[in-house]
Design a binder for this molecule. Structure first.
Ligand code: FA5
Length: 334
């Protein structure tokens, strides 16, 4: 046999053997393939080795070298197949009584979970979800909400106005979700029954219950004959649904430019009252600003702090824990 015939035979053998090892579906098939190609007695490699004796004397060193290379390559292909597919797929190679390894999965942030829960509760009370942008203009954040230019709430120091090239613009990060009330009433005739959940921004000093970015749930209901009793009923039903039947809530008289009368709502927690929202009957000036007739329709609105509700529900005593990004804290809610 010539050297080239011998090496061609070896190459074909290597290719066929490697393929057979790779394609072995389980440990048994892999063992069969091993016997066929690498078997010490009748294996195909053993058979090919016999051809070595027929190669010209001068070519023998090269032929022998090639034979050893192919032998090693075939053995390596077998070892690899064994460590990967073949042996692993063999049911006898797996101890099914060992405890499994739980895959590491992520979880939703507690505030995201809270938002979903609030949508669910309010959805059952007939409120659908509306949305608005976080970058707002002064009409939606102030003017249409009956907050005139000279009102202290519009002070640039109390808001995050956007500036461009050092010039302060008329746009700001919304300081309340009440902006969405205006957007909805501008675009839909009454009746209205919506909630809106999202981020708001204020340059507040950070402490246990204040953060410069937080979430609010706005609620708005406009119809004929909506009263303060409806507002209190809805807020009470909402609070007991989310915080439990035993939660104590109270309403205090308050003031907002866009509601009259206005209240603030508190829940009782760990020995003191905590404010969780503001609410009231929509001021006739607001109804007029969006083209509604205050003689025809009335309504209530509320804006609740989502973080504070989440904190009360899960007994989180410091709002900063929600935004530290500490996995040990967050994992409790996964
Ligand atoms: C308002 O923002 C009104 N827009 C609410 C409203 C809507 C009144 C509709 C009437 C009608 P206030 O500034 O009180 O109100 O904020 C509402 C709630 O947001 C607070 O009760 C509190 O729970 C939460 N909140 C306010 N500031 C912060 C803060 N810095 N960090 C976390 N939560 C806050």
């Amino acid at each position: 046999m010539s050297l080239s015939e011998f090496t061609a035979q070896l190459d074909a053998l290597l290719e066929a053997g490697t393929l057979a090892f790779r394609q072995a579906a389980d440990g048994e098939a892999l063992e069969e393939a091993r016997v066929e190609f690498l078997g010490a007695k009748n294996g195909r490699l053993k058979a090919a080795q016999k051809g070595l004796g027929t190669v010209d004397r001068d070519d023998k060193p090269a032929a022998g070298k090639r034979f050893n290379e192919v032998k090693q390559a075939l053995e390596a292909a077998f070892d690899e197949a064994k460590s990967q597919g073949g042996a692993a797929a063999d049911p006898r190679a797996i101890d099914t009584t060992l405890p499994g390894i739980r895959p590491a999965t992520g979880g939703l942030h507690p505030i995201t979970q809270t938002i979903e829960a609030l949508k669910d509760i309010m959805g059952r009370l007939g409120f659908t979800v509306a949305d608005g942008p976080e970058v707002e203009d002064e009409r939606h954040n102030f003017e249409a909400l009956n907050i005139p230019l000279e009102h202290p709430a519009r002070d640039p120091k109390d808001n995050f106005y956007l500036s461009h090239d050092g010039v302060v613009s008329q746009l700001l990060l919304r300081s309340q979700t009440s902006t969405v009330q205006i957007r909805v009433m501008d675009s839909t005739p009454p009746p209205v029954r919506i909630i809106s959940l999202g981020r708001v921004y204020r340059p507040d000093e950070v402490d246990e219950t204040h953060y410069p970015m937080f979430h609010q749930m706005e609620g708005l209901m406009i119809d004929t004959h909506v009263t303060m009793a409806d507002l209190k009923t809805v807020l009470r039903m909402f609070a007991t649904s989310y915080l439990g039947e035993d939660v104590h809530i109270r309403f205090r008289p308050s003031f907002f430019p866009f509601t009259e009368p206005s209240v603030e709502a508190d829940f009782y927690w760990n020995g003191s009252w905590m404010e969780f929202g503001g609410a009231g009957m929509v001021d006739p000036n607001v109804l007029r600003a969006v083209g509604y007739d205050p003689a025809e329709v009335s309504g209530f609105a509320f804006g609740l702090g989502v973080e504070r509700l989440c904190m009360r529900r899960h007994n989180i005593t410091d709002i900063r824990n929600l935004y530290r990004g500490d996995v040990r804290f967050l994992a409790q809610f996964a």
